[in-house]
Design a protein around this ligand. Structure first.
Ligand SMILES: Nc1ncnc2c1ncn2[C@@H]1O[C@H](COP(=O)(O)OP(=O)(O)OP(=O)(O)O)[C@@H](O)[C@H]1O
Ligand SMILES: [Mg+2]
Length: 653
């Protein structure tokens, strides 16, 4: 049977005409009803639609359309972000809707060519149709372009809104929990979510609601064409759900192993010298390889499952095209449809199933983005945004520690128990004790780095928690035991990364003062670029002693009230030690308080008090001479055992 024969038997596009007619009829009825109802009815309808739309909007974008009991938990920051983008999502949905309508263009064009142009041999109709179709294609192309651009910008907006927050959480995380992996996972997670939002992934979501509409049109063409398309859709959705269920476990395992693998690689880089000098490279490589194998195995499993099911669905999609054509051909043979309708419906079926195909194509990205956003949510909930406490006046009087218990991040076991002591302005305390006694733990608690489980640390009667880290930081100078500098110039490091805090002259003067206080000014001037010398990553371009003295200058920058120095003399020569004593005395003279942790008695020359820590407890606290005499007494568990480079060293009995 030829096309024209088929057309002769059945009026052209009969079904299509009936659709148009029935729609027109419906619209006319609705209009008539509205007109008859009058203005009040119109207002009622409007209110109803506005209400329904608002409820739908809330339901889709914020989830608060359901009973509130379900959402009592505070909304995560990522959902808050998504809610804040709701207008953009509405716009995207609108664009998707228009674009989906325009996608019918191809099918209808083909239908008209087969059913009108060919039988009528009408070239002018063909040209008119082609011009119209071209215009619609161009419009659709433009819409898609705008839609993609909006998607990319949503990704960027996410980064702008959450980037700083995630970086802040990333830096605070090691102070809250035991480190896990290389610690950079949150940034990778943010990248993952952003690239998913920027890619076509979420747009596929807006295409999904169009699937039933296309299917309905398939049904209107012919019942059996609709049934075939629907069955195809069900199989494809089933395959997608199956892919999700089967790949979830392996995908999680692979990302867990990836984190471990990166951590091992970073550790190897950090310890390059040790690995080389003691021939440990091979062993380190084997350790890394072990984790890498596990990562590869998990990755392979998840990719195998995804690609296996992916190729099943691809084969099925090709088959489905031919199935629809076959059903159409069968109907034409039985004179139930026109040839135009089978081709148009074959295109339409492909369109109806396109969202599922796009969803399958984006599935891996979607799973990864979902896992990343769950991890980010967890992180951001663990480290909520810090409220900026009321600004407190500069501390000038005293430091008091009351019944302090301190535990390491992520642990409950106190490393320091029941520590109490107090200092007045102008005093300095030397903290001594054997290795592992808890001296550094005390130093970290005093500067608010490690949270204390019990007890109080007060500056002028205000407990540390009443200060924000930024405002407290201005009154604190801290030299950690393992000094790392930031990549940049020496001046930038001493000025605590903020060369623009005061006006340039004041900053320069403060940097010079700090450098002089730490006795490092001449040393800096002897370097090739003076204060502009770049220190390299972590301060690699400097010697340990130079690093320590620049770290000291950083601690003294801005004349902070409380200066806490953890082993400030461990890398210093005798000249450096003398400079340190002078620096401690100058802190005392200007009314500050200094806490100096040291193994070396020489470092304690400038202090007024001594605190002896042993096994996490305070053994002794009092004026320097008094405590030192007691410590040097044989009955006390600490004694001088050796003369080191910088003088005698403290050691436990
Ligand atoms: N991050 C950590 N997590 C868990 N325990 C820790 C951590 N850091 C230190 N500790 C434990 O806390 C105890 C005290 O450590 P701390 O660093 O305060 O000792 P220290 O007195 O400063 O020793 P040193 O003189 O060697 O510097 C040690 O037993 C150590 O094992
Ligand atoms: Mg220590």
């Amino acid at each position: 049977m030829t096309v024209s024969e088929g057309r002769r038997e059945i009026p052209p596009a009969a079904n299509l005409n009936s659709i148009k007619l029935s729609r027109l009829r419906m619209a006319a009825t609705a209009l008539a009803a509205l007109a008859a109802g009058g203005r009040s009815r119109l207002a009622e309808t409007k209110t109803f639609f506005v209400g329904a739309l608002e409820a739908l909007r809330r339901r889709v974008f914020s989830g608060d359309g359901w009973s509130n009991a379900k959402f009592e938990e505070p909304r995560s920051e990522i959902s808050t972000f998504l809610v804040s983008c709701r207008r953009i999502f509405w716009a995207l949905a609108l664009f998707s809707g228009l674009s989906n309508l325009l996608m019918l263009n191809g099918s209808f064009f083909m239908l008209q060519v087969y059913d009108r142009v060919l039988p009528g041999h009408s070239v002018p109709t063909l040209v008119a149709l082609l011009v119209l179709a071209t215009m619609l294609y161009l419009l659709q192309g433009g819409l898609d372009l705008v839609r993609n651009r909006i998607s990319v910008r949503i990704g960027r907006y996410l980064d702008e809104r959450l980037g700083l927050r995630v970086y802040d959480a990333l830096v605070r995380l090691p102070l809250k929990t035991r480190g896990d992996g290389d610690g950079l996972q949150p940034l990778r997670d943010l990248d993952q979510v952003r690239s998913f939002l920027s890619s076509g992934g979420p747009t596929a979501l807006f295409d999904l609601p169009w699937m039933p509409i296309y299917l309905a049109i398939c049904f209107l063409f012919h019942f059996w064409i609709g049934v075939t398309a629907l069955a195809g859709g069900v199989v494809l959705v089933g395959l997608t759900v199956l892919t999700d269920a089967r790949t979830r476990g392996p995908a999680k395992a692979s990302s867990r192993h990836a984190v471990l693998r990166n951590a091992l690689a970073a550790e190897g880089r950090r310890n390059a010298e040790v690995l080389q000098a003691m021939g440990m490279r091979r062993q380190a490589a084997l350790r890394w390889q072990d984790v890498n194998q596990k990562y590869l195995a998990a990755h392979e499993t998840s990719s195998d499952i995804a690609s296996g099911l992916g190729s099943v669905s691809k084969t099925f999609r090709s088959l489905l095209q031919s199935l629809v054509l076959s059903v159409g051909a069968y109907l034409v043979i039985n004179q139930e449809a026109t040839a135009g309708i089978i081709i148009a419906s074959s295109i339409l079926t492909a369109r109806a199933l396109a969202p599922v195909e796009i969803a399958i194509a984006n599935w891996k990205g979607f799973i990864a983005a979902r896992q990343s956003s769950e991890r980010l949510d967890h992180l951001l909930k663990l480290l909520p945004r810090q409220e900026e406490p009321l600004a407190l006046p500069q501390p000038t009087g005293a430091l008091a520690v009351e019944n302090l218990y301190v535990a390491a991040p992520g642990s409950e076991k106190p490393l320091l128990s029941n520590v109490s002591f107090s200092m007045q302005s102008g005093e300095a305390v030397g903290v001594i004790g054997p290795s592992g006694a808890g001296k550094s733990t005390l130093a970290r608690a005093l500067v608010g780095v490690w949270p204390h489980v019990r007890g109080k640390i007060k500056l002028d009667n205000a407990v540390l928690e009443h200060w924000s880290s930024e405002s407290l930081g201005r009154h604190i100078g801290y030299l950690p035991q393992d000094i790392e500098l930031f990549d940049g110039s020496i001046a930038l490091n001493i000025a605590r990364l903020d060369l623009a805090r005061f006006d340039a002259n004041a900053t320069a003067a403060a940097i010079l003062d700090a450098a002089k206080a730490a006795g490092v000014h001449d040393l800096i001037l002897s370097l090739p670029d003076g204060y502009h010398t770049r220190v390299g990553e972590g301060g690699m371009a400097l010697s340990s002693g130079q690093r320590q003295r620049i770290g000291l200058a950083r601690a003294f920058y801005g004349n902070p009230f409380l200066v806490v120095l953890d082993e400030p003399t461990s890398n210093l020569d005798s000249e450096g030690e003398e400079a340190l004593t002078e620096a401690i005395l100058s802190v005392r003279r200007r009314g500050g308080i200094a806490v100096v942790v040291s193994h070396r008695p020489k470092a304690l020359e400038g202090v007024s008090h001594v605190l002896v820590v042993s096994d996490g407890n305070v053994q002794s606290f009092g004026p320097r001479e008094e405590v030192l005499t007691r410590v040097l007494h044989p009955a006390v568990p600490l004694r001088v055992v050796a003369e080191g480079k910088g003088g005698a060293q403290w050691k436990a009995n």
